[in-house]
Design a protein. Structure first.
Length: 278
């Protein structure tokens, strides 16, 4: 069964829960997410981002994700995150990735439609799912401007013309936030959910407070991306550990740090309502 595409995780537009997308950076992160998925009996998404590809390489990352996902009894998808190059998408699909996200948010609308449509066709030809993005989720900004928020009319047109399976929207979240304090435009989300026939995706969830996450799921979010929050957990654990016990064994420290990451992933799964859905 594993790895599978997003449509095989059990999530639907009408489901009262969301699946977690967790960015992985090496084998330790992959195993931490899979352990949490097993313990929570939850489906999960192993997300291969562009910074991690630069760090470890596309083929080794996809190969490790596919190999480790086969060891688990819960549904696990391997997903390419924020690709902006069609050649990377093509190569990832040839390597056996099961889902791809093309980020055309920096392009004008017509270019975004054109390139995302190509990605959708490529993905479907390989039995994979495709995610697109309309609106802008900025990196490291303190807030999101109204102009960056997703326009409902454009989102409807984008979904219809591209044929995406999942659509990432901008509701007020920001990539790279190290602490939770962001609220979302829940009214805008309700409009989008009512008008768009595919599941909606929340990016930048690490900076969003739990109450807003729960409301977002109630209002139509079905896939939630988590990246920065997991890195913060590991960095915080190792910083404290090395400060308190500088002569400790680094591999043991790393193992315990990844246990903390796995616990954080499990907590997110419970928050998203995906526990015991596998």
């Amino acid at each position: 069964m594993n790895p599978c595409n997003l449509n095989q995780l059990g999530i639907t537009r009408a489901a009262p829960w969301a699946v977690g997308h967790f960015n992985i950076h090496n084998q330790e992160f992959i195993r931490a997410v899979v352990r949490a998925a097993e313990s929570e009996r939850s489906p999960a998404i192993l997300a291969v981002g562009m910074m991690s590809v630069k760090y470890m390489g596309l083929e080794p990352l996809i190969s490790a994700c596919r190999s480790i996902s086969r060891e688990t009894s819960v549904p696990v998808a391997v997903h390419l995150d924020h690709a902006r190059d069609l050649d990377i998408v093509r190569k990832a699909l040839e390597l056996g990735i099961n889902s791809v996200m093309f980020d055309g948010s920096s392009l004008n609308f017509e270019e975004n439609v054109e390139k995302t449509t190509k990605v959708v066709h490529m993905a479907h030809d390989h039995g994979a799912t495709a995610e697109g993005e309309i609106g802008i989720v900025p990196h490291g900004a303190e807030s999101v401007s109204q102009a960056q928020m997703t326009d409902p009319a454009l989102a409807v047109e984008f979904a219809e013309r591209t044929g995406v399976d999942y659509l990432a929207v901008s509701l007020g979240s920001v990539h790279g936030m190290k602490s939770a304090g962001t609220s979302l435009d829940q009214g805008l989300l309700r409009q989008l959910h009512e008008r768009i026939p595919v599941p909606l995706v929340l990016h930048g969830a690490s900076g969003v407070i739990d109450e807003q996450i729960i409301m977002a799921i109630d209002n139509g979010i079905r896939k939630i991306n988590v990246n920065t929050g997991l890195k913060v957990v590991l960095k915080s654990f190792l910083s404290t550990r090395l400060s308190e016990e500088p002569e400790s064994d680094l591999l043991e420290d790393l193992g315990q740090g990844m246990d903390a990451v796995s616990e954080s992933v499990a907590a997110r799964m419970r928050l998203f309502g995906s526990s015991n859905r596998a």
